[in-house]
Design a binder for this molecule. Sequence first.
Ligand code: CMC
Length: 431
Amino acid sequence: MPKNALLKIDDKEIACPVMTGSEGEKAIDARNLRKDSGYIFYDQGYGNTGSCESAITYLDGDNGILRHRGYPIEQLAARSEFVETAYLVIYGELPTKTQRKKFGDLLRQNAHIEPQMQRLFEGYPKDTPPMAMLASLVASLAGYYPDLATNNFEHDLKQFDLSAAMAISKIRTLGAMIYRHTRGLPFMHPKDLPFCDNFLHLMFSEPYHDYAVIPEVTQALNLILLMHADHEQNCSSATVRMVGSSGANLFTSLAAGIGALSGPLHGGANMAVMQMLQSIHDEHDDGSRFIAAAKGGSKSNRLMGFGHAVYRNFDPRAKVIGEACGLVLKKLGKSDPLLDIAHHLEQAALKDDYFISRKLYPNVDFYSGIIFRALGIPTNLFTVMFAIGRAPGWIANWREVASNPKGRIYRPRQIYTGPVKRDYVPMDQRG
Ligand code: CMC
């Protein structure tokens, strides 16, 4: 491996150090390029820019590989559960029995939402977008737990175990409360239950009729949350890091990540996929209209649940979730015509030159909605489910930023394309 990469601009040669990651990923360290040459690298969307070093998740988009802390996603999907994987993602190792118990206890002890905070819901119209509610409620946690959210890394990190468990547990509880608020249902109080069962209780129990645990449902929920636990420097995780890099506390940084996730090109795609499948079903269409529209090049007509900023191969999460769909429906004794439509659409797209030449494959959002739907979760809550699953990844990323003594504030450069210097024109002289 060379030590330096040489960049020649006019007659000047600039040496940039070469870096390698633990999986052999190669980079050119351009941190001093501007100082040494006056040039910056232009990389709109940062698609070819390494913004950090991170030990959390390894993703090889060309080969469809995803590993958390070294463990392949397929093994975690088959053998782990959400809370254990959350611990792994955040702390770097699979927990021992004692660590797992302590973490589970912390999650249970911090599942509630303060009565005063519950009153915030009164201010939200029933049709407020769930992700908008979630972002603002999570930001509000900083007001209810000010000692965990001081915007002082050293102080906040001392209480990280508590704030991390609070964030995971309360985002889950808030997700269920948002569901009940939009339906005009009374809130349920969290119980001393495992993480996923508690969520199902918070969602579906009635005041005099507790939700009865169905192991298959718990298992499916565990799988789907686990599959979302982290995904390298995606838009929302990079947002959490960016906001965190300013010194912002965990809750504020998470709220920003939730905002980033809500967009239809990111987490919001899971809702859009379901709407697309439903409309194909309702119109007795075969999906060709959506495929034809997607090929037109407009961002708003993209085939939702297809393509990925990094994968140029099958998204391994889509493989696992796609296979799980049929099994989950079978175990629950349900069928879903949208699953057949999704299979058909996938096959049609995978045979189409437009998708083949651009290496566009189904992503995590293509099949996840079928499972959410089978669990009784309404479409407008799908992205909130993604947020519940992704919380561990965001937290791990915030922690890396907060605990890096050499970390700089995230502050990209730009190429300015606006007007050059001109003089102020008084209003009565403006054309
Ligand atoms: N449908 C039609 N065309 C597409 C799609 C799609 N779903 N995705 C990409 N393309 C086209 C794109 O227009 C470009 O075409 P051209 O070369 O003619 O200009 C080409 O394929 C290459 O695009 P890209 O550079 O791979 O895409 P990107 O990095 O700009 O965008 C993406 C990645 C995920 C935003 C995009 O694939 C997309 O909009 N997909 C649909 C939304 C979606 O499913 N999002 C969930 C992503 S996975 C979960 C998550 O992490 O949030």
